[in-house]
Design a binder for this molecule. Structure first.
Ligand SMILES: [Zn+2]
Length: 144
């Protein structure tokens, strides 16, 4: 990552630690923000630009960018019409199950006719029962 030092905030030098051996000396400038600037020379000033702060800021921006599509996806998934239909289908399932139980047939034998009212509300207007082989057998047996 390339650091633009002009954008870097000036931070107070807390401590300077000399590191490395002869011919390979570096100065670790510990700054008030908790970052450490490594320089070949002793800064000689109380404030120096902190590239750690710039990196931290850029990382934060990248993290925010990466997080964005998640919010978009959530918005797409949330669909009030689909949610309403799903709950209506649950109601339909309960009606079918209750009718099947009351009539002594299987749930698959019961068909419901759903109509939409003028106000857009869905309701069950008719129920039809088609008797399958097992339901026919059961009904005949129950009569005997
Ligand atoms: Zn910093």
């Amino acid at each position: 990552m390339e650091i633009n030092k002009k954008k870097a905030p000036q931070k107070a030098v807390v401590e300077i630690v000399k590191a490395g051996g002869w011919g390979n000396v570096t100065y670790l400038h510990k700054l008030e923000c908790g970052h450490t600037e490594i320089r070949k020379r002793h800064a000689g000033s109380k404030y120096i630009a902190c590239s750690g702060c710039v990196m931290a800021k850029e990382m934060e921006a990248t993290t925010k960018q990466l997080a964005q599509p998640i919010y978009v996806e959530t918005a797409v998934i949330y669909d009030p019409v689909a949610t309403e239909l799903a709950s209506f289908e649950q109601d339909i399932g309960r009606v079918r199950a209750s009718l099947a139980k009351a009539l002594g047939v299987t749930v698959g034998d019961v068909e419901l006719i759903v109509t939409e009212k003028d106000n857009g509300e869905l309701s069950v207007s008719q129920a039809m029962v088609f008797l399958g082989p097992s339901s026919i057998d059961n009904l005949i047996k129950s009569v005997k």
